[in-house]
Design a protein around this ligand. Structure first.
Ligand code: PLP
Length: 441
């Protein structure tokens, strides 16, 4: 948009992993062509070009795609840190070696090389009980969940228990598949799984259908950031095994744990009852649309059938590149780098809030890419969200994730991963200013 300030060539070069000269030359070329204006000491910005205003419709479409100027909503990592060079090297190597079969309509479970690499990685990094034949590659967690819900519904399930606070899109996926969502209360020990229906049922008859189902975020409850307590993990594993229910374990950001030893997956407690689900959306980029399921034996064929029938195959080239990235150690390196960077951001966010708005309390900070910022009682989330928006900052209130009656607000869910490095301090400063305006008022 005309007038938009660009980052300095030094900052952009650092973000993109390019030589500063390359960025400076590109800026120079765009200035020469009239797209950008620059003044020594004042930076570089997008030029206003007379007679070239796009139509209103085009503007609306583009600004919707561009999103807010500063983004502290949860969900998206710092995509400027995507390991472009490592991905390119992996993709080049993978493509050079790709067989004709891999470039044809390939196995709907995913390519064997990726399933093997993922099985090795998930066993090592997340403690998942897995062999490659149990892995199904899918387009992110969302598609994996959609497939599981469809299969559960087709088998007679009517309901899916969900955490009383969780990702609204996932409740939407369940509802679209015909499953009624039933909220489970959440506290500082995760979801209260003791209230699952038929918690102490008679043992399931062999071969009888699995009807119960629950969606959980055990390693890092979204959005509260707590761990599902060990006794609750055991309880839900036993409940599922005894009733034939299915647990969907959303391990969306399990790699990002800061304060102590990684919390492992729930799945190994009941591998024949738990569908473990992971994603590259946090560790690499959501745009890849790559995720993975590890499924109990009896759900394998129905899920693969659903995936094949609807033509929901994943790109072979991206699968081959990801397999190569994992095998070469590039994926681990990226996770380690990102973990360090996000930990530093988290610390900066906590320090800035403590200094500027001591009345808020920050929680859920031991892991992940977001923090819960608890507001003093009586403060309306939407007032802070509105003030932030007036400053060009998008942030979400806790209520956006609420599924039922339980009310644990007011709070904000602050995703600290999304802004590129050059915008992070400004985004945090605007958040603090919006909070001060409302809380101080
Ligand atoms: C709780 C939770 N689970 C899973 C995901 C990942 O979804 P996907 O893999 O479909 O991008 C997200 C992304 O924001 C999330 O917040």
């Amino acid at each position: 948009m005309a007038g938009t300030a660009l980052p300095s060539s030094r900052a952009l070069a650092r973000d993109l992993g390019l030589a500063r000269n390359t960025v400076a030359e590109t800026y120079g070329q765009l200035v020469a062509e009239g797209w950008l204006s620059a003044r020594h000491g004042s930076g570089t910005w997008v030029t206003q070009r007379a007679g070239q205003l796009p139509s209103v419709g085009a503007t609306a479409g583009r600004s919707a795609a561009r999103g807010p100027r500063y983004d502290l909503r949860p969900g998206v990592p710092d995509v400027s840190a995507f390991p472009r060079a490592a991905w390119l090297a992996a993709a080049r190597k993978a493509l050079a070696a790709a067989s004709a079969a891999e470039l044809s309509y390939a196995d709907p479970r995913g390519l064997p090389g990726l399933r093997t690499a993922l099985a090795e990685y998930l066993a090592r990094a997340r403690g998942v009980a897995v062999t490659p034949d149990r892995v199904i590659v899918c387009a992110g967690f969302s598609q994996g969940m959609e497939l599981v819900c469809e299969v559960l519904r087709a088998r007679g399930s009517r309901e899916l228990a969900v955490e009383a606070y969780g990702h609204p899109q996932h409740r939407g996926i369940a509802a679209r598949s015909g499953l009624r969502v039933v909220p489970l209360p959440v506290d500082d020990r995760g979801a209260d799984v003791a209230v699952l229906p038929g918690s102490r049922p008679p043992a399931r008859q062999a071969g009888s259908p699995r009807l119960g189902a629950v969606l959980l975020t055990p390693a890092h409850q979204f959005p509260f950031g707590v761990i599902l307590a060990p006794d609750r993990r055991r309880h839900v594993a036993e409940w599922a095994a005894a009733t034939g229910a299915v647990v969907i374990e959303d391990d969306y950001d399990g790699e990002f744990r800061y304060d102590r030893q990684a919390v492992g997956a729930l799945q190994p407690l009941a591998p024949e009852s738990v569908v473990y689900a992971g994603t590259a959306s946090k560790s690499l980029a959501p745009g890849l649309r790559l995720g993975w399921l590890v499924v109990p034996a009896d759900l394998l064929d129905p899920i693969v059938d659903a995936k094949r029938t609807a033509g929901r195959l994943s790109s072979s080239l991206d699968q081959l590149a990801l397999a190569e990235l994992i095998r070469s150690g590039g994926y681990d390196r990226q996770v380690r780098r990102a973990r360090l960077a996000y930990r530093r951001r988290r610390d900066r966010l906590i320090a800035a809030l403590a200094a500027a708005v001591p009345d808020v309390r920050v929680a859920g900070i031991a892991a992940g890419l977001h923090a819960l910022v608890r507001l003093p009682g009586g403060v309306a989330e939407r007032d802070v969200v509105t003030r932030a928006a007036a400053r060009g900052l998008a942030v979400h209130g806790l209520a956006t994730t609420q599924a039922g009656e339980q009310d644990l607000g007011p709070a904000l869910i602050v995703g600290y991963a999304t802004p590129p490095p050059y915008a992070f301090s400004t985004a945090v400063a605007r958040l603090c200013a919006a909070l001060r305006e409302v809380i101080g008022a």
